[in-house]
Design a protein around this ligand. Structure first.
Ligand code: ADP
Ligand code: MG
Length: 900
């Protein structure tokens, strides 16, 4: 009979799945900027961005207002990650004068109680205070919150739409107490009870990312991705969102599920029309719902022989504690009898069984609805994380959940049924929301301290425009040193003449071989150039690996290997007999006496073969070809990759007189006036100078901006003390700089929970391509975490934000330094030309420039800032080193007919 009567209160799984979908849609509405104003579920940002990591410490005060009882707490947090202890707490009554009086009285009362607490506990030092305030507040920062509306049994005048933290502060200041100096309580955080619960449980279980309250009221919070929270600036990381789900249905969305009893209860409440979902769930209302049902049933003669008592007619006479007692497994029936008798009803055995059943249906519906909304949150979180299965923990607090005999079990069961792909652990919050406020305060404290240390670590990477201008000026000085006869010998920027005296004019043609050695890959190419109207360049190439033991073995082995690769290529292309002209792109500093002679000054980047420095690389190649005695080649030109890049771009744009490489290494060449090149005879025309600017700073002239991390990278390199500028700006080193910083931050306890993993200790493990991937992550750091995981680094969300910041600092500095150097070059060209304004093109190659998301734009901006009189166009070279070598060979063959 009861079942039939309360048919509408029994919700099938299909209905619950439907509620779940409606709630999911409502959450999306609450998060959207335009849809939020009309959303019932307000999805309030809490400004809590981090969970406890176990390194928080200190003593904190907390007050907790908004639950069934008002409390003050003293909490001590230890940084061993194992214990936090609630030292003391004290309950204070909240009479109706307080909960339904006026604002000033309320805050005076809170201040009084807090000061009383401090006095009785003999607390004299200044302590940070967390304020748990369990009502919907619009926050703009952690320590500020404007009350949107009162809920539950509170209705205090003059508080709505005001900041409750400043009201509490004011009250505290007013209440100067003799034992505590005025204002010596610092309100640091305003915390919703859901958030407090999540944080308290999060201290014990790092997987806890949801806080749930089922008590006087009901509500939940969870960690949402920042990119989905329109109401707060920024896309990075996560923030806890207080859903305020109690208001779900206030727009009528649940009207099909609400019964006549729900409507009647709402009309008699303090806030009619509001918190309709809460009114179907929380303990403040369930007793009353039961009473209304019993009343109606009695009136219809279904109970107590149709005899209504005055007590049954009185609002509030049945409370949650009665409902719980009546539902008890063993004593339930006798409890029911007792309670009904107390209400002056005269229950029969059947009446008692029926009433007990009513209670069960009402509380079961509550658990079901709560489960549906929680399931919606869990599903959303799983989708945010792009996981097929998610393991997570829900922190729970609230009297209904804690004291009702079967509530928790039902809730767990239904949630697991609604979201089978989530492994949910339910964790009871032991000491409640007050401790949570202290926890939030402790986390805020820790983050502020950590932020200071991270800023200090990265500060040396922030270069002012002033500093960059200095770098530009120093580069200019070094460029001049390299060109002058008397200083050239000891110059760090070597300014090597290349004997390339002109850019291509389009009449080049023929078939050429090219070699490209000095980057990540060694390549052999066949290049076919056509001139005239059908002007075109076609290339065929094959990449060969150079094993580390050959890069760092003997010179003979290295060149034998190269010739071996050429032989394979000729075979592969079927041109073994042809004696083709060959251009040799050799991307290391070479002192040249003609275009087909180049003495290696010193290895850079990853190369260190013996017996090569001081030798002519063309001779070494010729000898290796002779040793093999299988084919002959006409080696026409030895070419630096910067020059190849400039030539390739020059083939398209005659204004291109500068070549830049930002790849494994960093280097620049440019067309210099012959009259400025003192070490070469002649004053007519121009010649391309390979600056070898990577060596800039080897005399210590930029040591003022080198950090301890740069020094560590240098010391661990193949060529300590050399190529200092290159080591701050190029692909071979940026990842390594990042790794050094990460190690240091971890040692300071700011990352990876202070644990330096084995893999992080490995040199080279952090590749520069990771900087690109990490810095272009628009997927809410999911990719960052995946990369870190591949490196064996178990990272939290906070960790990945810091790692991204470190990468950004290192790559930005690299681009700025490179820009400062380039500004010196374009300025020099402008002065050479004697013009007010220079329009010029820079040909660029290198993976760092091409693939890093910000490197090229920062580089361009820096040049613009530091060389405002130059209008610089950047042109990407399509395979500069191969095509360029062939073009140079073609030009050289035409002009000089050398190498025969
Ligand atoms: P080269 O060795 O001839 O300079 P590249 O211009 O291709 O060749 O540069 C290769 C270097 O670029 C690698 O050593 C690496 O440091 C860096 N690198 C590779 N991938 C990326 C990437 N996605 N973003 C930034 N740098 C990268
Ligand atoms: Mg290259």
């Amino acid at each position: 009979q009861v079942d039939r009567y309360l048919y509408h209160m029994r919700l099938s799984d299909d209905v619950l799945l439907d509620v779940m979908a409606r709630f999911q849609a409502e959450m999306v509405k609450g998060l959207g900027r335009d849809t939020n104003p009309t959303a019932t579920v307000k999805m309030l940002p809490s400004f809590v961005r981090s969970l406890p990591d176990g390194s928080e410490k200190g003593e904190f005060l907390a007050v907790d207002l908004g639950g069934s009882q008002f409390r003050a707490h003293q909490v001590k947090v230890f940084d061993d990650g194992k214990q936090s202890s609630q030292l003391e707490n004290k309950f204070y009554p909240t009479p109706k004068e307080v909960t339904q009086g006026n604002g000033a009285e309320l805050f005076d009362y809170i201040a009084d109680c807090l000061l009383d607490f401090m006095e009785t506990k003999n607390l004299k030092q200044k302590l940070p205070l967390g304020f748990t305030f369990s009502f919907p507040c619009k926050q703009t920062k952690l320590e500020e919150g404007v009350l949107l509306s009162w809920t539950k049994h509170f209705k205090v005048r003059g508080v709505q739409d005001t900041d409750v933290v400043s009201s509490l502060r004011k009250a505290l200041q007013k209440h100067k107490a003799s034992f505590v100096p005025a204002g010596d309580v610092d309100v640091l955080a305003l915390v919703n009870d859901t958030v407090g619960t999540m944080m308290t449980c999060g201290y014990d279980d790092p997987r806890c990312e949801v806080g749930l309250i089922i008590g006087t009221g009901t509500n939940a919070c969870y960690m949402e991705e920042m990119r989905h929270i329109d109401l707060v600036e920024g896309d990075e990381g996560r923030m806890c969102v207080n859903t305020e789900w109690g208001a779900f249905g206030d727009d009528g969305a649940l009207d099909d599920l609400r019964t006549e009893f729900d409507r009647e209860l709402d009309l008699g409440s303090l806030n009619p029309g509001k918190q309709l979902f809460e009114k179907m769930i929380s303990s403040l209302y369930l007793g009353e719902l039961v009473r209304l049902i019993l009343l109606k049933m009695t009136k219809e003669g279904l109970l107590f022989n149709g005899k209504v008592s005055t007590a049954l007619l009185t609002k509030g006479k049945i409370e949650m504690k009665h409902v719980s007692a009546m539902e008890k497994y063993k004593e339930g029936l006798s409890n029911t009898k007792e309670i009904l008798t107390e209400l002056n009803l005269f229950p029969s055995e059947d009446d008692c069984i029926a009433v007990q059943h009513v209670c069960t249906i009402v509380s079961f519906r509550s658990a079901n609805l709560c489960a549906a909304a929680l399931a919606a949150i869990l599903t959303r979180m799983r989708e945010n994380k792009k996981l097929l299965r998610m393991r997570t923990t829900v922190g729970i607090d609230g009297g209904l959940y804690k004291t009702h005999p079967q509530y928790a079990k039902r809730l767990h069961k239904v949630v697991r049924r609604l979201v089978p792909n989530c492994d949910v652990r339910f964790l009871l919050s032991v000491s409640g929301s007050g401790k949570g406020a202290a926890m939030v305060t402790a986390v805020a404290y820790r983050l502020a301290a950590q932020r200071k240390k991270i800023d200090a670590t990265l500060a040396p990477f922030l270069l002012s425009m002033e500093t960059l201008r200095e770098v530009k000026n120093k580069m200019r000085t070094e460029l001049e040193y390299g060109l002058k006869r008397e200083t050239q010998g000891s110059a760090t920027v070597k300014m090597l003449p290349t004997y390339v005296c002109g850019t291509p004019d389009g009449t080049e043609k023929g078939k050429f071989l090219a070699l490209d050695l000095g980057g990540t890959n060694f390549r052999v190419l066949l290049v076919k150039i056509r001139s005239g109207r059908k002007r075109s360049v076609r290339m065929y190439n094959k990449i060969f690996a150079i094993p580390l033991e050959i890069m760092q073995g003997t010179g003979e082995e290295l060149f034998d290997h190269i010739v071996q690769c050429i032989a394979e290529f000729l075979e592969y292309m079927g041109i073994k007999g042809a004696r083709l002209p060959l251009g040799f792109t050799f991307s290391f500093p070479c002192r040249q006496a003609s275009i087909d002679k180049g003495t290696l000054v010193g290895w850079t980047k990853g190369f260190k073969a013996t017996d090569c420095e001081g030798e002519d690389v063309v001779d070494m190649l010729r000898e290796a070809i002779r040793r093999r005695n299988e084919f002959d080649l006409d080696i026409v030109a030895v070419v630096n990759d910067t020059v190849g890049t400039m030539m390739t771009c020059g083939y398209e744009d005659p204004n291109c007189e500068i070549g830049l490489i930002a790849g494994t290494g960093s280097n620049v060449c440019y067309m210099e006036d012959m009259k400025n090149i003192e070490i070469i005879e002649g004053n007519e025309g121009k010649m391309c100078i390979n600056t070898e600017w990577g060596g800039f700073g080897d005399n210590g002239c930029i040591d003022n901006i080198r950090t301890k991390y740069d020094k560590e990278v240098d010391e661990g390199s193949l060529n300590p003390g050399k190529q200092r500028y290159e080591k701050m700006t190029s692909g071979m080193y940026l990842g390594e700089i990042v790794r050094q910083i990460l190690i240091d931050l971890t040692k300071q306890g700011l990352l990876f929970r202070g644990q330096i993993s084995e893999s992080l200790r490995k040199r080279g493990i952090f590749e520069t391509k990771f900087l690109s991937q990490i810095e272009s992550d628009r997927l809410a750091l999911l990719q960052v975490r995946r990369i870190l995981q591949q490196l064996g680094l178990d990272s939290t969300c906070d960790d990945s934000i810091i790692v991204k910041e470190v990468c950004g600092a290192v790559s930005k500095r690299a681009a700025q330094l490179c820009g400062a150097g380039l500004a010196a070059i374009v300025e020099k060209k402008r002065e050479n030309r004697g013009v007010e304004h220079l329009q010029t093109t820079v040909g660029v190659d290198g993976t760092l420039y091409k693939l890093h998301p910000h490197f090229s734009s920062v580089l361009r901006e820096t040049v613009k800032e530091l060389a405002p009189q130059c209008d610089v166009t950047f042109m990407l070279s399509e395979d500069g080193s191969g095509k360029g070598a062939a073009l140079i060979t073609a030009v050289a063959k035409r002009l000089h007919n050398v190498g025969q």
